[in-house]
Write a new protein. Structure first.
Lengths: 235, 235
DNA sequence: AAGTGGTCTAGACCACTGT
DNA sequence: CAGTGGTCTAGACCACTTT
């Protein structure tokens, strides 16, 4: 029937959002119930339900079954930030990405890695790759991989395929954890990233899981003055 | 207090997820269509549709109308990270939060702030607050607020209510932008945060919009060794 | 008892894609 | 053309909260 360009549930969402954005409905205030929206906007309940459900999902509203729907209290809510694949990010900026492989070998498990990767064997695959944006070093990728989950890792041309990409091809990705910190980088890292004296680095530690086990642990060092994470929350 | 059986759409989601996690359906592979799921699992199409739609929303699948549903290629996908309210974060850890107000005044617009806040008037409200976790300084909040949007800002007890909380009460939040960077902090910041010599700082720049205008700009400095951002992505 | 959200169904029409 | 996803309806039953 009424499949106009904007879907009906979008109209319902806007109907609610307008009142929140204008300040008419403040945080904690009760929002019209699904039944009321059905009557007000002449939509079916499933349509109103979808609209409200999506607003809940995006953090704008919160619901209490049996009680009602309320404008979410964003006071203590979190805001999303995106961590992206470095190669994709550089290319999206329209710049040239080049990866230089500094090391790619089988190594005994370093003590500092053992706890974070918890591998079964005594040896790991290790790789050290320097990613450039327009020939300027941007990220140093220090990665350890469990050989049991990616036996062919040493044969991969990491200058062409990023390790993250390869691992996702080989082992189904189940879980990714990121920890972001500001550090004063070790001398070797600073030198490779061509940092100015005393320049800080943004360190992202990425652990990935596959088939119920830890598959890889990576230390991603970024030049403090040349790299930033960006996130926007709208509404 | 009876058996809360899992919703049907969750079963559909698991049905699909199991095959992805096991590697049976690899990135790019075609997923069973809604009709097929309807037949396989004896659910209505709307139920299958909801399940698939949620998996698309979470980034696991991607759809092409008229063509089909496919396992998403996570290669260049981003992973979410959360930036939280500092007071809420500290309290959630079960620790004591204390905010010390170092400054709260009307100031002429600093040159470095003008471009980022783009205020109409010639003066701004400025506040400098040091947030402690168990009496250890964790975040220095250097904030500028447009007086037009929060006229009562100077009267707020920032030791009790965080500025972010107050601003959300006064002006409906429309948009928040975050930029995260690693820096070597200025001497004054290092001293206030009681950083070790040469310690790096994690800087979060937060800009907020309200009623179509920029409402506040905040520089949030964090001790590099005592603060981290954490994010988990689960498939 | 009335209201609320949570879920589910069995249909339907549409626009689009691929053969 | 048949198949796909995108949307929408008008009912329904349930568990829960509020009055």
């Amino acid at each position: 029937m009424s499949s106009a360009s904007p879907p009906l549930y979008e109209k319902v969402k806007l109907h609610v959002l307008k009142r929140i954005r204008s300040g008419e409905w403040r945080p904690g205030a009760r929002v019209h119930s699904e039944h009321e929206l059905v009557r007000e906007l002449n939509v079916s309940r499933m349509t109103a339900n979808r609209a409200i459900r999506e607003l809940v999902q995006s953090g704008v509203l919160s619901r209490v079954a049996g009680s009602g729907t309320f404008v979410a209290d964003l006071k203590s809510a979190g805001h999303p930030l995106q961590i992206r694949n470095i190669a994709a990010e550089i290319r999206d900026r329209g710049h040239a990405h080049r990866a230089v492989v500094l090391a790619q070998a089988r190594v005994p498990v370093p003590a500092s890695i053992r706890e974070r990767l918890q591998p079964r064997g005594r040896e790991l695959f290790h790789s050290l790759v320097l990613h450039h944006e327009n020939e300027v070093p941007l990220q140093l990728e220090d990665r350890y991989v469990d050989p049991a989950l990616a036996p062919g890792y040493l044969g991969v041309d990491l200058g062409t395929v990023t390790a993250h990409e390869y691992l996702m091809e080989v082992a189904p990705l189940e879980r990714v954890e990121h920890v972001v910190r500001a550090i004063v980088p070790p001398a070797r890292v600073a030198s490779l990233l061509k940092l100015a004296a005393g320049e800080a680095a943004l360190l992202i530690e990425r652990t990935t899981w596959s088939r119920g086990r830890r598959a890889s642990f990576a230390l991603l060092y970024h030049a403090g003055t040349r790299f930033e994470l960006r996130g926007v929350f709208d509404l």
